[in-house]
Ligand binder design. Sequence first.
Ligand SMILES: Cc1ncc(C[n+]2csc(CCOP(=O)(O)OP(=O)(O)O)c2C)c(N)n1
Ligand code: SF4
Ligand SMILES: [Mg+2]
Length: 764
Amino acid sequence: MAILEEKLTKQGVAEQVSTFESGNEMAATAAAQINYHIMGYFPITPSTEVAQFLDQMKTRGQHDIKLIPADGEHGSAGICYGAAATGARVINATSANGFLYMLEQMPVQSGTRYPMVMNLVTRAVSGPLDIRGDHSDLYYALNTGWVILTAKTPQAVYDMNIMALKIAEHSKVRLPVIVAYDGFFTSHQKRRVEYFKDRNAVQQFVGECPTDYNFVRDLSKHVTIGAHMSGDDFINNHYQQSEAIYNAGEVFKEVAADYAKLSGRDYQVLDLYRMEDAEVALFLLNSAAESAKDVVDQLRNKGIKAGVISPNIIRPFPAKEIREALKNVKALLVGERADSYGANGPNLTHEVKSALQDDKDNKTIVLSRVFGLGGKDFYADDAHAFFNMAVDAMEMGYAEKPFDYYGHVPGNPENILKPVILPQHGDVYKTGLIDVKMDEETNKLKVKIPPLRALTGKPKRIASGHGACPGCGIFTGLELFFKGIEGDIVTLFQTGCAYVTTTGYPSTSHKQTMIHNLFQNGAATLSGTVEAFMELKRRGEINVSDEATFVMITGDGGMDIGMGSAIGTALRGHKLIMLEYDNEGYMNTGSQMSYSTPIGHMTSTSGVGKVQRGKAFHHKDTAQIMAATNIPYVFTGSEAFPQDLVKKGAKAQWYAQNVGPVYGKLLITCPLNWKSDDRYGTKIVEEAVNSCFFPLYEIEQGVTTITYNPEEKNKRVPLSDWLKYMGKAKHLLKEENLPILEEFEAEVEKRWQRLKAKHENPLL
Ligand SMILES: Cc1ncc(C[n+]2csc(CCOP(=O)(O)OP(=O)(O)O)c2C)c(N)n1
Ligand code: SF4
Ligand SMILES: [Mg+2]
């Protein structure tokens, strides 16, 4: 690997182009050159870019990979598994909790022996949430049965993506392969990289897609995949799997040797830096190893025989090579960006120690340090500190503290923050001006609200000063809704812009109690909270004078990945509100398409170009899906119609306190990713309503009422009057995109006519 930074001799090597790119760009480049059949994916920082780059390349016609946006990572893993079992070449990319969300599928893929390649762009696993890079996700991969290659640089990411497929498909292996590289350090930082000028060089290297084992693809050879097993068969299956992963170690060497001939870059099992005569050494994974190499040079100048070991493959674990490399090393520090809590050292420490056990002459003292969690940088000074510890151990002949954390700092009690805004609750949130009563005749609520200015005295629930973009519609929408709610609320914010922009430890903009959970599970979490609250109250263990209203806040993306949790919560009948703010995409992670993105709209994963014209399918009708759970109250709302929204807030509270679950959807503007002018935020959502794209209605006890009908008010506008405000949709107004616009109009009209029929007939 040290060869990377040296001048390459090009003899016998396929023609390559020099560029300056990031790890994610190079993973996408390799995938495009291989021209995989299928990518099932779901966005998560920092791996999302891989799908985004592939989407951009697709709009330019640079590959034919079918990119399938899943409803979550579990879904993406399912898509990949189904495609791999059909004999397609398959790729995926993920990180952190995305990886953990698909974890259950990993052994299915390896246990049934279907090859594929996954880029694991490593990142800290929540909680608390931290999007930067450590290896805590990777450590969950160690027992999945996948081969794991580790790539330290963007160049290695490219090269290993090509080698990975060949290893995965090798007849002695036939296992899925992870290429793991460091989030942000490697995924986003650009470095000099070489890639093959002609994709044929890559395709010839990986060879033809194998067709000679049990796939769905040949229907004349029918096959049962994944029959359940017991006893002997199961253990035999796993024995074979175990053999296969050890074979992968040997196959890695063969493939790497062939690749060295093609590329001029030689990947040994271990990347050994000045280890020939090293007495003290660091064992580090990925990018940190690169930083430590410079320090080795400095120490060598001072006469200290230092070296660095960094594996290029960790599954199978290269025990033999490590034993060999450490033969004469007196002290080794294993630095790991993850812990194995309670195990007296993280996983690789134990694996290195166990490798040494088999050499009875080995005397290496092994120290273990957990460092760099949550993306904490690893600088030259840190490598010096690690070497100093190893030198001390060498000189003393033992490790004073074999295992510890490194880089953690004691807190200073004097720095305790004082609240800028005092928490508010109870009477301050009550105006007594909102009157909600059940009309026994109609079985609907009657709501009286005062003129809106009379409600301005009710404080905001979220303090200003949060980090949302100028013109963001989330907070106007939420606060208007909250104006309709009297008394205290307990909120649960799922991950998304509303959460990310209002909390950043140790600060919070929430003036009332807020819980965060990941966006696939907020509804279930709040179910637990509301039930616990009620139960503690019933047993007299808490003394609350007032009823609280429980509100789960989610983005539209959260209603994709969290749909199962939301439906389960609705069906169980908990007394809470699920409030979706729909900004038509996964905005917090860089504007990827969600299922609520309308057809033809441009996002970072639904680009517009020659081959592709924005999002390929229609927006999700989440309100109708939730209505089908038969919960007592469902509504849509918009800040452009404030009285309507405040009334719906009041009704939502009544139903959530007296009957059961409520679901509401607010359309809100995202000027940043809609590419719209901040000034037009309210106008845009108003036109979305007036064009009948986003009709305002409610479903109360199963009966639908359109609460604002633009046709009756002579306000109906064509879709184009709404679309023209948004840069993400303007292309739909061009002549060449007329068929998409017409399809969109037809869908909107169909849904609107159906809604009107429901409004007119209470049985529908
Ligand atoms: C299991 C998992 N997958 C992916 C992510 C990354 N992620 C966090 S928020 C988000 C998008 C949220 O979209 P949405 O709910 O619409 O909220 P918005 O950001 O648009 O406000 C994504 C993809 C994650 N945190 N966890
Ligand atoms: S990206 Fe969009 S939704 Fe997120 S804070 Fe900015 S404007 Fe609001
Ligand atoms: Mg969103």
